[in-house]
Design a protein around this ligand. Structure first.
Ligand SMILES: Nc1ncnc2c1ncn2[C@@H]1O[C@H](COP(=O)(O)OP(=O)(O)OP(=O)(O)O)[C@@H](O)[C@H]1O
Length: 606
């Protein structure tokens, strides 16, 4: 039987991905001193516990021989106190180890998640990523901190009790083991199935997160499509799967507990009966019987803790395999050696250099998984510094892809993309991103205040600079109308601002960054005519200090550009000024007549 994985692949339902124990321990390496101390304390606590029945036996022997017992009783009290103290220190250490491991795992995970290449995010669902960073790391904590040390202590107490019981009475030990064997077998039989159920529950929780995130991200579309019920059902299926896995686990555990309890009670009754008879006959001392009974309890208790520890440990290994999958994803290349052509990236020269600000030469690129349909093929063009270039073409021609390659969101499969004469493939990633201000088509706005959104790309911007950029993007009146001005929250994904305002905020953010190259991807599509006119003037002004490459569908943005590039069928098919291209009467003239919007009024609204 097959089960869907979180990424849509298939795995055998019974197959439980587990990382080796060694790898699990590797994550606890920074906590090694605390882990060793906790393990040592477990050993000492086990010894302290194992000694207690022997001392109790001595009390009874001394009492029957009419010897004073005060000192021995004090020793017992001391042992009790020592065990309690060891337990308390151990519990603190376990907490510390657990939190330390989770801290380390989450910090590493978050650090790596933010540095994946963009193509990797397409293979994961955000909700599932959140579940792995939060819930799965918690499961790893349980496995590492308590289970490992408890298993160690349990094994020690168990083995020690066996040896001492053998020493006290081999026959009664044989009978006890016979009874306990039943619960051993029950525990063994169900522990693997419990682990399978735990893994299924983890996967379902991941899917609930992913499903919920998908729906919340497009909640308006869900409502407008009347899809609430359908989505509720889809989510309920995953919630139900988590419930069923949880119930399967609960049933298996419920099966084990009575078997364990009955077998322990059976052993107790047998030992009490046989031992009691021997004490009555005088062939066994009362102290010996009591010590034996105490060891019997020592056998029973670790059996139950061992059972839950093994389950936690296996669940932790399975959770870590989900976390490990994310840790194994390669990171974006960041630290390439500088290219042979030196750059003057830090400050823009006052006059344009002969080297184009942007140049693509023979660039071919296909998105991962779409290798047979390249988005760009043998693309060559150049954008002079301090110019305003418009990139036009039919929908799906590859305009946004060109901007993505310039910002090195993806690497070209062939050819070179250069910024100010340097091949971006050889530049440190930070330098590429510092040079560029890219306003994306969706103009994303992050949850937080308006101010945090504006200064996002340049946190050090002064209030005067923010005020200036608000003016240039016609946002001053809007900010003044807000209850808390710049400190007003814009909501998750900017839901509290209009489409046109969101675009202007995104442009303002990039103007504030003061990049040398400004990339704009259909950023006036939702603006009214007045705002679009103002933004066009601002962008014209910006071209005095930086190079502007704009993807646009509005004639008003395009027609007075220094250069227009027409992208069609993965390559540049024409270039020139508006007047030249209209005269040529090719694709551009056709687009101008049919698709490029003459004004901003229709359909667009703030
Ligand atoms: N992340 C992606 N993964 C796979 N294919 C993609 C991805 N993004 C875009 N594409 C595909 O690449 C091609 C070019 O897309 P691109 O977004 O660059 O076009 P565009 O010219 O900007 O279109 P529009 O004007 O509609 O925004 C399209 O066929 C599109 O389906």
């Amino acid at each position: 039987m097959k089960a869907r994985t979180d990424q849509g692949g298939d795995v055998a339902e019974t197959e439980v991905a587990k990382v080796p124990l060694r790898q699990l321990l590797a994550h606890a390496r920074p906590q090694a001193p605390a882990l060793v101390a906790a393990s040592l304390l477990s050993c000492v606590a086990a010894v302290v516990a194992l000694v207690q029945p022997l001392v109790v036996k001595k009390v009874f022997t001394d009492l029957s021989d009419s010897r004073p017992v005060t000192a021995t009783v004090l020793v017992i009290v001391g042992l009790f106190l020592a065990e309690a103290l060891l337990g308390s220190v151990q519990s603190y250490l376990l907490g510390r180890i657990g939190e330390g491991v989770v801290l380390n795992l989450r910090t590493t995970l978050v650090g790596r998640l933010l540095r994946w290449p963009v193509a990797t995010y397409a293979r994961h669902r955000s909700g599932d990523l959140i579940s792995r960073v939060s819930a799965d790391t918690t499961a790893v904590r349980g496995a590492l901190a308590s289970s490992l040390t408890e298993t160690l202590a349990g094994v020690l107490t168990f083995a020690g009790s066996l040896v001492l019981m053998l020493f006290l009475d081999p026959l009664m030990l044989g009978l006890t083991l016979g009874c306990l064997l039943i619960s051993f077998l029950a525990v063994f039989a169900v522990s693997l199935r419990i682990m399978g159920a735990t893994v299924q529950a983890q996967r379902s929780v991941g899917r609930i997160g992913a499903g919920l995130e998908r729906v919340l991200r497009a909640i308006r579309t869900v409502k407008l499509s009347g899809a609430e019920e359908r989505e509720e059902k889809a989510l309920a299926a995953d919630v139900g799967a988590a419930y069923r896995a949880g119930m399967r686990q609960a049933k298996l555990e419920a099966l084990v507990h009575p078997v364990t309890a009955v077998s322990v009670q059976g052993a107790l009754v047998l030992v009490l009966g046989i031992g009691g008879a021997r004490v009555a006959e005088g062939t066994m001392a009362l102290g010996e019987l009591i010590a034996f009974l105490l060891y019997l309890l020592y056998l029973a208790v670790p059996m139950t803790t061992l059972f839950s520890s093994i389950t936690d440990l296996q669940a932790g290994r399975a959770a870590l395999s989900r976390v490990q999958e994310l840790l194994d994803e390669p990171l974006e290349r960041t630290d390439e050696a500088s290219s042979p052509t030196p750059a003057e990236a830090a400050t823009a020269p006052a006059v344009p250099s002969a080297v184009p600000a942007i140049s693509l030469h023979g660039v071919t690129f296909a998105y991962p998984g779409r290798e047979d349909h390249p988005a760009l093929r043998d693309l060559t063009f150049a954008v002079p510094e301090f110019s305003r270039t418009a990139l036009v073409g039919p929908s799906g021609a590859g305009k946004s892809t060109v901007l993505s390659l310039i910002g090195r969101m993806y690497d070209a499969d062939a050819g070179t993309v250069s910024l100010l004469g340097r091949d971006v493939a050889g530049m440190p990633l930070k330098e590429v991103r510092d040079l560029i201000g890219h306003v994306e088509q969706e103009s994303p706005v992050l949850a937080g205040t308006l101010r945090s959104n504006l200064v996002y790309a340049r946190p050090g911007a002064s209030d005067a600079e923010v005020a200036d950029v608000l003016d240039r993007t016609n946002l001053t009146g809007f900010v003044d109308s807000l209850p808390h001005g710049l400190d007003t929250e814009v909501g998750d994904g900017g839901v509290l601002v209009s489409g046109g305002q969101r675009q202007r905020i995104a442009i303002a953010r990039m103007l504030l960054k003061r990049p040398r190259i400004l990339l704009l991807d259909e950023v006036t599509s939702q603006m009214d005519a007045e705002n679009e006119r103002l933004l066009n003037a601002t962008l014209k002004e910006a071209a005095a200090t930086c190079t502007v490459l704009v993807v646009a569908h509005r004639l008003s943005t395009i027609q007075d550009a220094d250069q227009i590039l027409v992208l069609d069928d993965c390559r540049i098919t024409a270039s020139g000024s508006h007047a030249q291209l209209i005269r040529e009467d090719g694709l551009y003239a056709h687009l101008a007549r049919t698709q490029l919007l003459p004004a901003a009024a229709e359909g667009a609204g703030e």
